[in-house]
Ligand binder design. Structure first.
Ligand code: F3S
Length: 294
């Protein structure tokens, strides 16, 4: 049996930076109360490890006490939330992903200069809520996720409008919406989708063509892991692996080559555990058969 692991599997740059930053700080300052504002990462496995280090995840600024050290996760927060956190906490570490921060800057500057804003994304996603919260309150901001909604938004907005995209939005959908807006308006469009997400999906699709079975490792609550699963499931039999128990339910008898990919919120530790279990299960596997692909 050969196991092929996609190079872009597991933590993306922004998530790794935030998770490593919080953990390193908590380990070095065991006497301090460390809180993360919002779910640091959609991965219950990692959240459990944070709890072991006494790092608490909070969802409300009212949970901040004056001696707290508060970390802001990679999704970012609205301007009002940021100011409130700063006011209440003893110290704030902002781990908003630089790609998300760039979108904050774009919408802040454009709306301050009299532009309305279109955000292409999921209205319930924390990153999108954060972006909306950087738009000048005197301007309109509309969130859309389809061509129909783009049509409605165009009817409501003036010609001075700019468009940005949630970093982890579905790339194929973004391309369609972007094309529609460009063909029907003079809006300035900023392509803010994260290339790490696109690369991960493209690699997974290539890998799926070369294997018999695909395993997508991650948390079911993670939207990017779900999108990764959706991207490959039509190519080869694909299994969502949330825990090692999920592996036991798969019939590997006809699989000669197994492909592995993982969402941006899946730790390397989890990926290794899956590989080790496959090794144990199929002890005829020759370690030299392991390939690090792409
Ligand atoms: Fe940042 Fe892209 Fe990850 S925006 S948090 S590097 S998916």
């Amino acid at each position: 049996m050969i196991i092929k692991v996609a190079k872009n599997s597991g933590f993306c740059f922004g998530v790794e930076r935030a998770v490593d930053g919080v953990i390193a700080w908590a380990k070095a300052n065991k006497d301090r109360s460390v809180k993360v504002y919002g779910m640091l990462i959609h991965n219950s496995y990692v959240i459990e490890r944070l709890k072991e280090l006494n790092i608490k995840v909070i969802e409300d600024v009212n949970q901040i006490e004056k001696d707290d050290v508060v970390f802001i996760r990679s999704h970012g927060v609205s301007m009002d939330e940021f100011l409130e956190i700063e006011k209440r906490a003893a110290r704030v570490y902002d781990f908003t992903c630089p790609y998300v921060k760039k979108i904050h800057e774009i919408v802040r500057e454009a709306s301050a200069n009299g532009n309305d804003i279109v955000v292409v994304g999921d209205i319930n996603h924390p990153e999108v809520k954060g972006i909306i919260g950087h738009v000048d309150k005197g301007r309109k901001c509309i969130v859309i996720d389809s061509i129909e909604k783009a049509r409605d938004a165009i009817a409501q907005l003036g010609s001075k409008t700019i468009v940005v995209c949630q970093t982890t939005f579905d790339n194929a959908k973004w391309q369609q919406i972007k094309e529609y807006i460009e063909n029907n308006t003079d809006y300035k469009v900023f392509d803010t989708i994260c290339k790490a997400t696109i690369n991960r999906q493209q690699e997974a699709k290539i890998l799926a063509q070369e294997v018999d079975i695909m395993l997508v490792i991650g948390d079911r609550k993670s939207s990017n892991t779900n999108k990764l699963y959706e991207a490959v499931k039509g190519i080869k039999p694909t299994y969502f692996i949330e825990t090692l128990e999920d592996l036991k339910k798969i019939d590997f008898s006809r699989a000669k080559v197994i492909g592995i990919t993982a969402g941006a919120s899946t730790s390397q530790e989890q990926i290794n555990e899956v590989i080790q279990m496959l090794e144990r299960e199929f002890n005829e596997v020759d370690p030299s058969d392991f390939e690090k692909l792409l």
